[in-house]
Design a protein around this ligand. Structure first.
Ligand code: SF4
Length: 270
């Protein structure tokens, strides 16, 4: 849990627990697992326990709620950066119930629930066809296969905002079956870390163009550690992609988040 999250598209992050099981190519270099191990928490995998938290941790969003109410603002809470809220394990049910209650107690916070398990959402939420106004629901689409599998499951749920996290973007995506009528926001980004895989800038441009064409807000979060050669500050390692694009390996900060000379900070609510 953290206040003032470093994630560009949210204000806070909240984790109802730590721990998960890897599921798809986007999970390969899961930073949350790496971070958990670094701080001595063995909470990844089917047999590993999960890490749970005290009342102090659970009270933090109530403080954020009071601040948002006082300031007359809405604040976004990303849930969860160290877990998947819809991991289907019975010992998590009681913590999920606590999360749903917390969401109800914090109407000035917009809760961004991002999952790689959208097929589990309907069975693990209490809201049926009447979702609270302060829940935004997203799924990860890193390749077309995972977009095809996950987006139809996502869009069955009547959340106020439905969003896609295309990060790390690992292939070209055609969102046309869903983008015009069902998706309210698209976030994209490359991968960072020692073994990061390159994201072809053409895949990012295709996503951006689909969003622009359908007037869907587009947020480009980062290149990660592989940036287009003309966007990067320092040349170290170069990779030629099949598309003809050339990327340079740099640190994440130097790679930045500019696409074709500008940043993309689209958001469903101005
Ligand atoms: S679903 Fe998310 S938290 Fe779980 S292993 Fe995959 S990337 Fe990590």
């Amino acid at each position: 849990m953290a206040k003032n999250s470093k994630i560009e598209w949210t204000h806070h992050t909240f984790n109802p627990w730590w721990g998960c099981v890897k599921l798809s190519p986007a999970c390969k270099h899961c930073y949350a697992e790496t971070w958990a191990r670094r701080v001595g928490q063995q909470v990844w995998g089917i047999r590993a326990p999960r890490r749970f938290f005290s009342d102090d941790h659970w009270n933090a969003p109530k403080i954020w709620e009071k601040e948002a109410q006082t300031e007359g603002l809405r604040r976004r809470v990303f849930c969860a950066s160290m877990a998947d809220v819809f991991e289907d394990r019975r010992e998590l049910d009681v913590w999920r119930e606590r999360l749903w209650a917390l969401i109800a107690q914090t109407p000035h916070l917009d809760w961004l629930l991002l999952t790689k398990r959208p097929e589990k959402i309907a069975g693990l939420t209490p809201w049926g066809k009447s979702w609270p106004e302060n829940v935004w629901l997203g799924t990860t689409a890193e390749t077309q296969k995972w977009a095809n599998d996950r987006i139809p499951a996502l869009v069955k749920n009547p959340a106020k905002v439905l969003f896609l996290s295309c990060e790390p973007l690992l292939g070209p995506l055609d969102l046309n079956p869903w983008i015009e009528t069902k998706i309210n926001w698209v976030i994209a980004g490359g991968e960072s870390g020692g073994k990061s895989r390159p994201t072809d800038p053409q895949w990012v441009r295709q996503l951006r163009d689909q969003c622009v064409n359908h007037k869907v807000p587009f947020h480009f979060k980062q290149w990660g550690n592989w940036a287009p050669i003309n966007e990067a500050a320092e040349r170290k390692r170069i990779k030629m992609l099949a598309s003809g694009e050339t990327l340079v390996r740099v640190n994440k900060k130097d790679a930045g988040r500019s696409l074709d000379g500008r940043t993309w900070d689209g958001s469903p609510i101005a």
